[in-house]
Design a binder for this molecule. Structure first.
Ligand code: AMP
Length: 406
């Protein structure tokens, strides 16, 4: 999964960056927003063992704020823009652990910092869409919305508040507070009452200023040109002021209900300023790896590991360890190889090999070892032929079938 992330990021010219796992509390609070569930309920604070010691620290719940800080502190803002970066690693959020929601989970992050152009919103969508495609995720839904910017959003928020105020007594305590502090969040609430009420609420896309409309139109036409299907979702929001314009989310129904988000992204032109740096436009994405495992397992009808090796070497007989290690050494110049040194029967080794998901097996008895050959079999097709040790790397090259060398 990480390999696919790296390949896809590199294909788009994104460079890897590593940022700290332990961060100052202030950076995370400003980056994630003091009034979000993440900061209010989910942050792990680190208590130093020494009395009254030092800067309050937390385990990072996301990586974007750390990457934006690195962009400035590492003078990446001085070079050509935008700066395209990616990272992957552990994030931490306190919650009741359940399927798809863990205290420690892995994220793939992609950030394009330093350019306001809609082309970068579309680029990050295309990159991440392709990542899911490369992983074989089927049935992915991309939801898309624009939430305007500092020019047009305030007037919209007033209208939204006016709308919901009339229904205040139907809102829970948390939502009544959000009505005052952050009415946008009412739109993505999972509360049944709100899901019903929001149907009649004003829609942000009807309130966008001319610049935001132009940006929104461009993002959609770039995605159309890329052949990426999406669903417009007027209730998809990011509850923080620093988010601007495009927001999107990848959803998968097999995750069900509250955990159906596989990943999400958005433009965050106001974040750098919120962190105390000069205003700098940027767009980014964060996608969880753990939930992809759940989706792929559901798709395949149960958990299935990736094959540990492409070729399994099956020595059939006693005293073949040196020969098997030599063959493996040859074959590793072409692909990944593991040998089954167990004393099981060949039948049992074959059964295990089929279950492992390996593409090939190479069988070798003492007579074949003496002649420096193996029986190379492609498991899916059942095609098999004798190959010399020297020819093995060529026979294993991508796109080769046993018959090709006959
Ligand atoms: P967010 O940073 O909240 O937009 O989350 C981005 C993605 O990270 C989500 O779509 C999930 O795939 C993943 N994610 C967030 N929180 C968790 C968690 N507690 N456990 C597992 N994955 C998570």
């Amino acid at each position: 999964m990480l390999h696919a992330a790296r390949c896809q990021a590199e294909r788009f010219g994104y460079q890897e960056i590593e940022v700290p796992v332990v961060e100052p509390e202030a950076l995370v609070e400003r980056g994630v927003g003091g009034d979000t569930d993440v900061v209010r309920k989910e942050i792990y604070r680190i208590q130093p063992m020494v009395e009254g010691g030092g800067t309050p620290l937390v385990l990072r719940p996301e990586a974007t704020a750390g990457i934006v800080r690195a962009y400035f502190e590492g003078n990446l803002n001085q070079g050509p823009q935008p700066v395209r970066l990616w990272t992957a690693g552990s994030m931490f959020r306190h919650d009741r652990p359940q399927a798809g929601r863990y205290r420690q989970f892995q994220q793939f992050d992609v950030e394009a910092i330093g350019d306001p152009g809609a082309a970068f919103d579309a680029e990050v969508v295309e990159l991440t869409w392709g990542w899911y495609r490369d992983l074989g995720v089927e049935g992915l839904t991309l939801e898309l919305n624009s939430i305007g910017d500092a020019r047009c959003r305030p007037a919209y928020l007033e209208r939204l508040r006016d709308y919901f105020v009339a229904y205040r007594d139907r809102l829970g305590a948390d939502d009544q507070r959000r009505l005052e502090t952050n009415p946008l969040r009412l739109l993505d609430s999972k509360e049944p009452a709100l899901v019903e009420l929001r149907e009649g609420a004003p829609r942000i896309t009807d309130f966008l200023c001319d610049e935001c409309v132009a940006h929104w139109d461009e993002v959609r036409s770039l995605l159309d040109a890329a052949g990426i299907g999406y669903r417009l979702n007027p209730y998809l929001v990011r509850g923080l002021d620093y988010y601007t314009r495009t927001v999107w989310e990848y959803q998968h129904e097999s995750l069900g209900g509250a955990q159906n988000s596989l990943g999400g992204g958005g433009r965050y032109d106001g974040l750098a300023e919120a962190l105390g740096y000069p205003p700098t436009p940027a767009v980014g994405f964060a996608g969880g790896l753990d939930r992809i495992v759940l989706v792929l397992d559901a798709q395949r009808g149960g958990p299935r590991g990736r094959p540990a090796a492409d070729l399994l070497l099956l020595p059939d007989g006693e005293g073949l360890e040196v020969a098997a290690a030599t063959v493996a050494r040859h074959a590793r110049t072409a692909t990944s190889v593991a040998a089954d040194y167990s004393r099981r029967s060949l039948r049992a080794k074959m059964r295990a090999a089929s279950r492992s998901g390996a593409r090939w097996v190479a069988i070798m008895n003492p007579d074949e070892a003496g002649r420096r050959v193996v029986q190379l079999r492609e498991l899916d097709s059942g095609e098999q032929r004798e190959v010399t040790w020297a020819d093995l790397p060529a026979a294993l090259a991508p796109g080769t079938h046993p018959g090709d060398l006959a």
